[in-house]
Design a protein around this ligand. Sequence first.
Ligand code: GYE
Length: 331
Amino acid sequence: MDKRMFAIFACFAVLLCGCVKKAQPATEASKDDQIVVGFSQVGAESEWRVANTESIKAALSVENGYELIYDDARQEQENQIRAIRNFIQQNVDYIVFSPKLETGWNSILQEAKEAGIPVIMIDRDIIVEEEDLFTAYIGSDFRKEGEKAVVWLENLLEKQGRTEEPIRIVHIQGTIGSSAQIGRTSALEQGIKNNINWEMVAQECGDFTRAKAYEVMGAILEQTKDIDVVYCENDGEALGAIDAMEEVGIKCDANDGVIVISFDATRLGLEYCLKGKIALDVECNPQQGPYVDAIIQKLERGEPIERENLIEETQFDCFTITQKMIDDRKY
Ligand code: GYE
């Protein structure tokens, strides 16, 4: 091959190598662009919690440009603190967590702040020393949920002409110290103060689980069966309490039995509402994933965000619920 030909061949070879750069595998290329999120979840204690986890995982997916690091704290705040510290050490881009309890987060959130990692809280709220220890909260107004239940019960009892006779109430609380329990409990306690004929005959913790509520309701029934209302702070507790009452022959019915109040409005809870066993089910929306995604995308674009993001919620009762309403539900 003469020099001229070699020179042409050499140029051609260089051009060929230059434009056929080793293509990075899609995962490797997109991996660098993915937003890494550490997510600490309370546990898996209820249908509501499972739906909440599924919503976050669906929104913060690889297809949507995320790498999600998920940790299940199994109901222990210490596990959440450990997971958040781990996320900090991994230098994630964002931390998302549902705090089991309202307090005990100042120190770990200070560590996240010093590491420059934004914290987005979902579901339950917290009390912190400095506002800037978290960037945004997405969840519910739990006190308002409880007030909806109290107003509905006042109206029902008025319709039934039961504003004078004693109304004996059993209260099955959620996880003590969680903002959901604090809000729903404070509304009922205020309702008892406002209605002189309402009387709290028992107040026990059901820890948002069917099993625990069944256990505590069974113990209460050994003390008294003279009960008019059972106020349960989630659907799992309502089902457990109903199981215990039906076992001893007590009918759960808004018109001629024990009035059962519940929260969450999961599909299972609404099926009990349709049967008339749950009188009122106040919705608490676990579909928080899209809200988290929208907030992260805004932060990525440097746009302003709302610090508190309360989700619109409704309620269902045994008098107006339909099968179609249940069929239309996402969780
Ligand atoms: O009501 C219950 C879950 O924090 C609002 O926790 C949530 C509560 C919800 O276990 O089902």
